[in-house]
Design a protein around this ligand. Structure first.
Ligand code: ADP
Length: 218
């Protein structure tokens, strides 16, 4: 695979993956594959898949491995992934990590970056997070009350159903239980880099670019 290759971005909910990944995708000219966004769009469309997973997602639970892996497998074979992709939200379990190894084939995963942010900070970020119900632009209700209308598309700015206190705590518990062990999976293969996710958006972005450009030269 010529290009940036397959980059996996890990980190707790609220670590900034959804903010940084689109910028990385633009810089490197590869698609941003955000499984949460894909699943939310399935829920919005009312498709059979959407109906099946809506409650799981609203309650902060993971959807079954085979469901999400099929969604990702169909996405990765599209021609725009030929030079690579930024994976945000996948893999989240060891089973998914093994499936991704198979999907990535011989070219494999270029690098796995984990955005480190302490739990109390991500809880505060998620509790204040608001999103445009139409285009998904992310806002903050800190300081309150935050915007009610999206400045990009004029849509209604709302709180995500899984950004309630209970769902946040369930999601962070799922991260500790299911996703954190993946750090070892990538560490053992020499693919893991930690990046400090605190600081301004531009500072964090610059750190990510340094890592990715360094990996490309290695
Ligand atoms: P967050 O990382 O903040 O939970 P996302 O938008 O990435 O937000 O994901 C939202 C929800 O979508 C998750 O709580 C889960 O229900 C579902 N989901 C996304 N990716 C996966 C995955 N790889 N495996 C299982 N469920 C997933």
């Amino acid at each position: 695979m010529v290009g940036v290759g397959l980059l996996v971005i890990l980190g707790k909910q609220g670590a900034g993956k959804g903010t940084q990944c689109p910028r990385l995708a633009e810089r490197y000219g590869v698609p941003h594959i955000a499984t949460g966004d894909m699943l939310r769009s399935a829920v919005r469309s009312g498709s059979e898949l959407g109906q099946k997973i809506r409650k799981l997602m609203d309650d902060g639970h993971l959807v079954p491995d085979e469901v999400i892996s099929e969604v990702v497998a169909h996405r990765l074979i599209l021609p725009d992934c030929a030079r690579g992709a930024i994976l945000d939200g996948y893999p989240r379990t060891e089973t998914q990590a093994h499936t991704l190894d198979e999907l990535a084939g011989q070219s494999g995963i270029t690098r796995c970056i984990v955005l480190d942010v302490p739990t109390p900070i991500v809880v505060a970020r998620l509790s204040a997070r608001r999103v445009c119900a139409s285009c998904g632009t992310v806002y903050s209700a800190d300081p309150p009350p935050g915007p009610s209308t999206c400045t990009v598309c004029g849509g209604q700015v709302i709180q995500r159903a899984d950004d309630t206190a209970e769902a946040i705590s369930e999601r962070l518990a799922a991260y500790e239980r299911e996703t954190k062990p993946l750090l070892d999976h990538y560490q053992m293969r020499g693919l893991l880099t930690h990046v400090d996710g605190q600081g301004t958006l531009d500072e964090v972005f610059a750190r990510l670019v340094d890592v990715i450009d360094g990996a490309a030269q290695a």
